[in-house]
Design a protein around this ligand. Structure first.
Ligand code: MN
Length: 238
């Protein structure tokens, strides 16, 4: 090998090593991290298959986290905020922070709201009373929430929120927006969330989003929904 080529090769190798070190260091110091799933990737089968969970958590959610961390250099303030506060002040950041910060928050919440079928429990007294007041019954809530989720045009989310006046409401958002953001029409504390992006169901349900929404209720963790309801800031103040 000629000396020039060898030198170039060495330089390239050194450069690559430096880049790898830099990116490892960046990940180590990154303020935002991918949370583990609170259950095994196959725990929600047959409602949500293992491969969908692995891709959804390990690829899609990880990409939101990595892309959000990339923005920290541009917005050092991100290092001082927790993830919920980022949502509340989302209008002070650019679209990439809105999309990836929203994606990180939404998915982190979504995983906690599901449990293996039959293990999600039932809503307790406080949530049951609020649901009956607002929707008439749990069944009516399910029907209205499912219709809202099925009706999202393109990619987005359906939500059950506690509004600032303490009352429940069903809302939807496009893309990775969420009800905490200071840019959405109807704000509140999300206590239930459903991802209706195609990546959430397409491997198993193809284009049949309504089928996915219908069976998804089997893996909703209503005990966790109740816990989030009781702890919503608007409820605690009241
Ligand atoms: Mn998703």
């Amino acid at each position: 090998m000629r000396r020039n080529s060898l030198t170039a090769l060495l330089a390239a190798g050194l450069l690559m090593g430096a880049v790898m070190l830099a990116s490892a260091a960046a990940r180590e110091n990154a303020p935002f991290t991918l949370p583990d799933l609170p259950y095994a990737a196959d725990a929600l089968e047959p409602v949500i298959d293992e491969q969908t969970m692995e891709l959804h958590h390990g690829r899609h959610h990880r990409a939101y986290v990595d892309n959000l961390n990339v923005k920290v250099e541009e917005y050092p303030r991100l290092k001082t905020l927790d993830l919920e506060q980022v949502q509340r002040e989302i209008s002070s950041f650019d679209t990439a922070v809105r999309n990836n910060g929203g994606g990180h928050y939404n998915h982190s919440l979504f995983w906690t709201l599901m449990a293996p079928a039959g293990q999600g429990g039932e809503p307790g007294k406080a949530l049951t009373a609020a649901i009956e007041r607002e929707f008439g019954s749990m069944d009516a809530l399910r029907t209205q929430f499912s219709a809202a989720a099925a009706g999202v045009f393109g990619a987005g989310w359906a939500w059950l929120i506690v509004r600032d006046d303490g009352r429940l409401a069903i809302t939807t958002t496009p893309n990775q927006d969420n009800p905490l953001m200071d840019v959405v029409a109807e704000r509140g504390t999300p206590i239930l969330a459903l991802d209706v992006w195609e990546h959430a169901y397409y491997l198993q349900y193809r284009n049949r989003r309504s089928d996915y929404v219908e069976v998804w209720w089997q893996v909703v963790d209503l005990t966790e929904v109740e816990r989030r309801f009781v702890n919503a800031p608007a409820r605690k103040q009241g």
